[in-house]
Design a protein around this ligand. Structure first.
Ligand SMILES: *[C@@H]1O[C@H](CO)[C@@H](O)[C@H](O)[C@H]1NC(C)=O
Ligand SMILES: *[C@@H]1O[C@H](CO)[C@@H](O)[C@H](O)[C@H]1NC(C)=O
Ligand SMILES: *[C@@H]1O[C@H](CO)[C@@H](O)[C@H](O)[C@H]1NC(C)=O
Ligand SMILES: *[C@@H]1O[C@H](CO)[C@@H](O)[C@H](O)[C@H]1NC(C)=O
Ligand SMILES: *[C@@H]1O[C@H](CO)[C@@H](O)[C@H](O)[C@H]1NC(C)=O
Ligand SMILES: *[C@@H]1O[C@H](CO)[C@@H](O)[C@H](O)[C@H]1NC(C)=O
Ligand SMILES: *[C@@H]1O[C@H](CO)[C@@H](O)[C@H](O)[C@H]1NC(C)=O
Ligand SMILES: *[C@@H]1O[C@H](CO)[C@@H](O)[C@H](O)[C@H]1NC(C)=O
Ligand SMILES: *[C@@H]1O[C@H](CO)[C@@H](O)[C@H](O)[C@H]1NC(C)=O
Ligand SMILES: [Cu+2]
Length: 798
């Protein structure tokens, strides 16, 4: 369904539409109000999330006494058990394949529920599977274990008394108010904030939090993370008894002070170094700034969709078909949008494609940036998907889809978020997909691609995540990041970043995004081929004693999980592809899809065994991995991985057990990302052009020739020897006609839907265009930035 404003409104409100009108053949231009043609999905979308009825019934069932979970429904306190997440348990591929082949009914549906057990001295989280659905007397609730790879399924949670931690930290910060006033004339009650790292550190059996001070912007701009102050606090918040918690030290100007007294004494001495604050200013605002660029007052070119959308959609089943592609959409907490059953010319090429985890790992001389590591799967990209800004995030003619997420914040447990968070559109790539010119003719083909996009805003960063489909049968998976960097105080940080403002260092960090692509090339039995470009010296029968220094291809297979953690070859001199050896084409070559970085950036983690993340990022050590597809290994990360770093519920290393990869069902896990060394160009925001990483997945000997030849949107111009055009071939394509421009509908923005944005808007009174989608989160303490600490708080918060 289109959500554009009514046509008459556009005409009435737009002064410029006439200038853009394109005449049609008979002189009456058709309006460019794209209609969205629909289609009936060939089968039920078995990956689509829980229905409202299912989630309501599951919630009821879990809260019954007979479920034995002792869940508290409303106004839960920190000693009550609560339901934290609820989503569809992804069905086993083993059960879905016979269904797709028409040999069985839809697989049974199950819900996956994450419960936080807090009514106990040692709190923990545990996942349950509930099903089959719909709920009947036969429906069972039992611990979910088969998708995790360690023996016990309970994840001990180091911190659950979030409000107590906030209170403790706030009081500790107020206990040195004399110092913060002396330094900056501010306290955490007024003007500065204390931010806590998201993943608690372990020192032996102690739970340690490092917190850093930041100036609090007075403006609406979200610049805290650009305003670090050089004072850091270490708190020991082990256990649930606040009387045992203590301030375990302070760091100021590269000195560690064991006690608050020691810190106070130092400051009492004359002549200590008074390091000035980082303060907001014009430099930290993202609004238009500076003299406008030459001719920038003129309207730039705008994309238009002159006729109906050229793709089909079954909105209910979230099924889409565009040109020779078709696929189903689904949604999960960790990665947001996922694609299933991607077919090209009717045949499945990919069973599943989606984001598995995204982490950013910082480094710095100070304990705050040094501890800063974020597993974005903990808050999840799903719940943080942002409403889309029409005409800026996506072309105005896009088709927008609502996204629903389980919403634990609204007191009514079955309320789910609903917002326009996915857009679908075709776009001309700005260069032809094919071109050739001779002395007699020139030919070129328009490069139209289809994009599925969503944009989660997680903390200080927004990620644009695209799945892009091309006429030649290739797919591009692309991620871009923008937003406010998390930065460091400049002093002592020369080895960790550029100095980018008065007292500011742009802290170095890695962004790594791990994707799953489950290829099915002409069936599920596939192999991973590696073809090297190898330099060599050859004596040919015709080279007669003058051997050629040249090169050859070397065909090889990665046929065992003992060798399937792979980095790209130097100079990109190895081509990796998933092929089917049993279905050679008529030339004897194996049909397949190759994959390779589409950008210079497609990195993995710099730090081999990070002390911040231990075994939770074992999927970040290499460029890509191949494993056997298993129902027991659907995903590489779990929301709770941030809280059990050494023995996470899912340890990716355990996926590798020397199994054969020769003509098996293969999954490729690949990493996108970038080594981010912020420079002055990252102020006020990192721009999407900088932080950009993509993978191309492209057919290789899969079809007899390039399928893009089939599009009629190409032209051949014939000319004579004197350069006169003598014939123009358009292959039946019509001239575009369209009678009005679409203006972006910025008021359509679906409201702030993410937890952290809601907290922020509650604090700073952002003007949001409400659509009563979600009630603002009640937040009691202003004194700690929720943004960075958000992962802990939103995970454990009630
Ligand atoms: C159930 O939870 C409540 C707190 O919500 C707690 O007081 C009670 O002891 C728990 N009951 C059992 C049997 O664990
Ligand atoms: C999925 O497969 C696993 C492994 O065979 C099995 O233990 C589990 O019960 C299956 N799940 C469902 C929902 O059938
Ligand atoms: C300190 O802040 C207070 C208000 O918060 C202000 O009245 C006072 O002038 C400031 N002092 C200095 C030295 O800037
Ligand atoms: C914590 O570690 C200390 C020192 O290693 C040890 O003495 C103590 O018994 C441990 N406490 C618990 C509860 O394991
Ligand atoms: C999407 O959600 C918005 C906000 O809740 C609602 O107004 C709109 O009708 C929904 N659109 C569809 C197509 O469901
Ligand atoms: C902090 O910035 C101020 C203003 O530019 C500058 O004078 C001062 O030297 C800087 N201090 C440090 C420690 O870098
Ligand atoms: C895979 O390779 C390992 C190490 O070379 C070997 O021990 C194992 O037997 C191989 N597995 C298969 C299925 O061939
Ligand atoms: C398209 O427009 C061009 C330029 O106005 C015109 O020469 C041509 O005949 C038109 N083609 C069709 C198919 O209408
Ligand atoms: C948004 O909703 C809040 C709470 O219902 C209301 O007070 C406020 O006026 C609304 N804002 C707008 C812009 O509609
Ligand atoms: Cu970055």
């Amino acid at each position: 369904m289109k959500l554009h404003l009514p046509y008459f409104w556009l005409i009435l409100s737009s002064d410029v539409w006439a200038a853009f009108a394109l005449p049609s053949k008979d002189g009456t231009a058709a309006p460019c109000v794209p209609e969205q043609p629909t289609v009936k999905a060939p089968h039920t979308n078995v990956w689509l999330g829980l229905t409202d009825d299912e989630s309501r019934d599951v919630v009821n069932l879990l809260h019954q006494e007979s479920a034995g979970l002792n869940l508290t429904w409303q106004s839960a306190g920190s000693w009550d058990n609560t339901l934290r997440y609820l989503e569809l348990l992804q069905p086993n591929k083993t059960d879905v394949l016979p269904f797709l082949a028409g040999r069985s009914a839809t697989p049974d549906r199950y819900a996956r529920a994450t419960i936080i057990f807090r009514a106990t001295e040692v709190p923990y989280a545990e996942d349950y599977m509930v099903g089959p659905l719909p709920v009947t007397p036969d429906t069972q609730v039992r611990p979910l274990d088969y998708v995790y790879n360690r023996k016990y399924t309970k994840v001990p949670l180091p911190i659950v008394d979030v409000e107590d931690v906030q209170k403790f930290n706030h009081e500790a910060a107020m206990s040195i108010a004399d110092i913060t006033i002396l330094l900056w004339n501010k306290t955490v009650d007024d003007g500065i904030v204390l931010t806590t790292t998201t993943i608690p550190s372990k020192e032996g059996n102690r739970t340690i939090l490092w917190s850093g001070f930041f100036s609090k912007p007075k403006s609406r701009f979200d610049a805290e993370t650009l305003l670090p102050l050089p004072l850091y606090m270490k708190s020991d918040v082990t256990g649930r008894h606040t009387e045992n918690w203590r301030v375990a030290g302070w760091v100021y100007n590269d000195h560690f002070y064991e006690t608050t007294d020691e810190l106070l004494q130092t400051f009492a001495q004359p002549g200590f170094a008074k390091l000035p604050p980082n303060l907001e200013g014009g430099w930290s605002s993202t609004d238009q700034d500076g003299e406008s660029m030459p001719l920038d007052n003129l309207t730039p070119p705008l994309p238009v969709q002159p006729g109906p959308s050229r793709f089909l959609i079954d909105e209910e089943e979230r099924y889409i078909s565009w040109m020779d592609f078709s696929f189903y959409l689904s949604w999960n907490h960790i990665g947001g949008l996922r694609l299933f059953d991607i077919r090209f010319k009717g045949e499945r090429i990919i069973y599943e494609l989606g984001l598995e985890e995204a982490f950013s790992h910082y480094a710095g001389n100070d304990p705050f940036l040094s501890s800063a590591t974020f597993l974005d799967g903990t808050p999840g990209f799903g719940p943080y998907a942002s409403s889309l800004i029409d005409g800026f995030d996506c072309p105005t003619y896009s088709t927008y889809l609502n996204t629903t997420n389980w919403d634990r914040k609204t007191r009514s447990l079955f309320t789910r978020l609903n917002a326009i968070c996915t857009c679908l559109f075709e776009f001309d790539q700005g260069y032809p997909i094919q071109r050739h010119a001779t002395s007699e003719y020139a030919s070129a083909t328009r490069n139209i691609a289809f994009t599925v996009r969503f944009i989660p805003s997680v903390g200080n960063y927004d990620y644009t995540l695209d799945y892009k489909f091309f006429l030649d049968g290739s797919i591009e998976v692309c991620v871009r990041a923008s937003g406010y960097i998390l930065s460091a105080y400049a002093v002592h940080n020369e080895q960790y970043g550029f100095r980018i403002h008065d007292n500011l260092s742009g802290g170095m960090h890695d962004h790594v995004m791990t994707y799953k692509v489950d290829f099915d090339i002409r069936g599920e039995k596939n192999s991973l081929q590696k073809i090297d470009f190898a330099p060599t010296t050859v004596e040919y029968p015709w080279s007669k004693g003058f051997p050629r220094k040249t090169m050859k291809i070397r065909r090889d297979f990665i046929d065992n999980e003992s060798e399937s953690k792979i980095n790209w070859a130097a100079n990109g001199a190895a081509i990796y592809s998933v092929v089917n050896k049993e279905k050679p084409n008529i030339f004897g070559e194996y049909p397949g899809y190759r994959f390779f970085p589409a950008t210079g950036n497609a990195i993995h983690s710099t730090i081999p065994k990070s002390s911040n993340a231990h075994n939770t990022i074992n999927f970040g050590t290499h460029a890509f991995y191949a494993t056997r597809q298993k129902d027991t290994e659907p995903h590489v990360s779990h929301q709770c991985n941030s809280f059990d770093l050494e023995t996470p519920l899912i340890d990716f290393n355990k996926f590798f057990n020397d199994e054969s990869l020769d003509q098996e069902d293969l999954v490729i896990w690949f990493n996108l990302g970038n080594h981010h060394l912020p420079s002055t160009g990252d102020l006020p925001n990192t721009v999407f052009t900088t932080s950009h990483s993509a993978m191309t997945i492209q057919p290789q000997n899969y079809l007899p020739h390039d399928p893009s030849r089939a599009t009629i949107h190409q032209a051949r111009v014939d000319y004579d020897g004197k350069g006169n055009v003598i014939n123009v071939e358009r292959f039946g394509a019509e001239n575009a006609t369209c009678s009005n421009m679409f203006q972006p509908d910025l008021w359509r923005y679906g409201g702030k839907v993410t937890d952290n944005q809601y907290q922020r808007s509650a604090q700073t009174s952002h003007t949001v265009h409400n659509s009563s989608i979600l009630r603002p989160v009640e937040f009691n303490s202003d004194s700690i930035i929720q943004k960075v600490v958000g992962q802990i708080l939103t995970f454990f918060g009630r």
